[in-house]
Design a protein around this ligand. Sequence first.
Ligand code: DGL
Length: 270
Amino acid sequence: MINKAPIGVFDSGVGGLTVVKEIMNQIPGETIIYFGDTARLPYGSKSKETVITYTRQIVRFLMNREVKAIVIACNTASALALETVKSEIDMPVIGVVKPGAKVAANTTRNGKIGVIGTEATIRSGIYSEILSKSNPKVNVFGKACPLFVPLVEEGLVDDPITFEMVRRYTGELIEKQIDTLVLGCTHYPLLRKTIRKVVGEDITLVNPAYETAKCLAEVLTDNDIRNDDTPKLNHRFYVSDGAEKFRQFANTILPCEVMETKDINIEELG
Ligand code: DGL
C-alpha cells in the first residue's frame, strides 16, 4: 500500500530537522526517511549546477527507499533545484520557499519584508519573485547570512558570537523598518530565540517549517496517499558524514528519540 510508504526529507545538514519536527507533530502517522548531506555542507555557497547534482543524487537515494513523496527541507536546494527535480520525477515533491513566502505575504502589515538566507538563496531572488507575484506592493529586502549555518552546526545557538553575528546581519533590515522577517534557511529556526532577542518583539518571524508540513499534509490528502495510522516511530536517518554527532543533535530537536543514524557514501551510490 502506497499510503504506508515513507516520506523522504533532506537537507544539507541538521536544518531540515526543523521541518521533520513539524511533520511529526502535524501528521504523526507518517514515517520519515531523512538524509542530511553533512559531508558536502554548506550548499549555500555552491553553484546552481552543483546543488542540482547533489539534489538529484539524494532524490535517487530516497526513491530507492520507495518513498511516496519528497520534501526538500532546504531553502537553497528548493531555490536552485526544485523545479528541475519536479520535472524529472513522477511523485509529489515540495520545497520550503513557497510555503514560507505565502505566510510572509499574509503576515506583513507595512509591506516591508526581510528575508535572511544563504548566499545562494538570496542571490536567486526567489523570495522577491514569489512575494511580488502574490502582492506587487511589497518591498523585499534580502540579506545573506553565511556564518549562521556553521554556528548552528557547531551547536553555538546561544553563544555571544552568534548574538554579535545576528546583530550585524539584521541591522540593515531593521533600519529598513521591516515588520516581517522570513527565516529563509531551515537552519535558522534553531537560532530563533537569539534572533528574537536582537530584533525585538515588533517584527514577526516567519518559520517556513510549520507551513511546509501543512502543505505536505494537503498534498498527501489530495493525492490520496496520507497515512493516518498510529505512529510506529520507525523513522530512519542517514547522513554523508558524522552520524553520531548528527544523532545527538537530532535528539535535542525532535519529539522522538533517534536511536541510530547511518553514514552513507552518496557519491558512490549516485
Ligand atoms: N539549510 C539549508 C537551507 O535551508 C542550507 C544550509 C547550507 O547548506 O548552506 O538553505
